[in-house]
Design a protein around this ligand. Structure first.
Ligand code: ADP
Length: 366
């Protein structure tokens, strides 16, 4: 087990056609035993980050430390790191037992008995003890995934790296394996960096989430924090499903510091407290509100109400999703199942100021 530190880590790929900055001055400080999930859209630098930590890619600039020791120049096999790949990367001609024990035979001087003990233990943990004599080709995708994870456990490394390990499984199995991997992590307590493009996977598994965009760190924090206090528009948009509603608004400030945000069909009074973080010279804002923070309430005060037309009502059982029309854009509302307007109705929509997110649209464009 160990602490993992990335200090202004940069990766530049120089190809014939172009120079790509895949990761830019990334700072991360991951505690011993923490489960970190790195998320972001395709091409944002997740895999490159993981591969630099594993030693499969050189670091252009900056330093990576594991347990306080610089590992930039160490070869992958000397790093005491086990990685689980999306493709599982199992040896097709070896049995499950041989697949799981092979790394130990190569990189340690443990005797066969000890290796067998560790393989059995990891196989029990992953629920694959009855598959040890089988070849990978006779296993299902889910079973192969378990073997790949089991093989990493056997190594008893200082650090686990997972690169989209559940992408090849169907939705149901993926959810099940999320819980399994979380359970294994709490049993073995090894520092873990887990990469996925799936924000829901990140939300359910992580102690802390790292959000990347274009190779740059956007935010790092516990799932609830990045959900409720996104530091910028990108994070607000990326985290949450269904996603946050956004609207370009104009801010008119009052002398007392309070103000009104408006756009066509929309006007809402806000207090000075909400406007405090916004630069005084800024009047173009992006307003954001999560679907579950919107209420349909005919009794709400008019200055806090927007009248919108119902486009679609989706009954999902425990609650309803209501899609409203806001200046031609979809405005999503998640309500209790009792609230069930008809399509075409005009409804009064309101929300608490505390749930509003405001972003400076100029900073976001930069
Ligand atoms: P992600 O895992 O988030 O999808 P990657 O880390 O794979 O993103 O890629 C980040 C960026 O670096 C992308 O623009 C990608 O095209 C580029 N890249 C990755 N590997 C290489 C490589 N070996 N050569 C050139 N460019 C690369």
């Amino acid at each position: 087990m160990a602490r993992l530190e990335l200090d202004e880590v940069t990766k530049v790929f120089d190809t014939k056609a172009e120079t790509i900055v895949a990761v830019e001055e990334l700072d991360l400080d991951i505690d011993d035993g923490e489960f970190i999930v790195v998320v972001g859209p395709s091409g944002c630098g997740k895999s490159t980050t993981l591969r630099m930590i594993a030693g499969l890619e050189t670091v252009t600039d900056g330093e990576i430390r594991l347990g306080g020791e610089r590992i930039n120049e160490k070869s992958p096999k000397d790093r005491d790191i086990a990685m689980v790949f999306q493709s599982y990367a199992l040896y097709p001609h070896k049995t499950v037992h041989q697949n799981m024990g092979y790394g130990l035979h190569l990189s340690t001087d443990l005797d066969d008995e000890e290796i067998d003990r560790r393989v059995q233990e990891a196989a029990d943990m992953m629920g694959i003890a009855d598959l040890l004599d089988k070849k990978p080709s006779s296993l299902s995708g889910g079973q192969q995934q378990r073997v790949a994870t089991g093989r990493a456990i056997v190594r008893e490394p200082s650090l686990f790296l997972f690169d989209e390990p559940l992408s090849n499984l169907d939705a149901k199995l993926r959810k099940h394996m999320r819980t399994e991997i979380s359970r294994i992590h709490s049993e073995v307590g090894i520092t873990t960096v887990y990469v996925t493009h799936d924000q829901e996977e990140a939300m359910t598994m992580a102690d802390r989430i790292v959000i990347l965009n274009s190779g740059k760190l956007q935010q790092i924090g516990p799932p609830k924090e990045v959900y409720h206090e996104p530091t910028n528009y990108f994070v607000a948009d990326f985290i949450g499903s269904p996603s946050m509603n956004f609207l370009d608004v104009e801010l008119e400030r009052n002398p007392d510091g309070s103000g009104t945000i408006t756009s066509e069909d929309f006007s809402y009074d806000v207090s000075s407290r909400l406007l405090e973080p916004i630069d005084a010279s800024t009047s173009d804002l992006i307003f954001g509100i999560r679907p579950e923070d919107v209420r349909i309430d005919p009794q709400a005060p008019p200055e806090k109400t927007v009248e919108l037309t119902v486009d679609v009502v989706e009954i999902v059982g425990s609650d309803n999703f209501i899609y409203l029309d806001l200046a031609g854009k979809e405005f999503r509302v998640r309500t209790e199942s009792e609230v069930e307007p008809a399509e075409g109705d005009v409804v009064s929509v309101t929300f608490d100021e505390d749930d509003i997110h405001l972003f400076d649209s100029h900073t976001e464009e930069a």
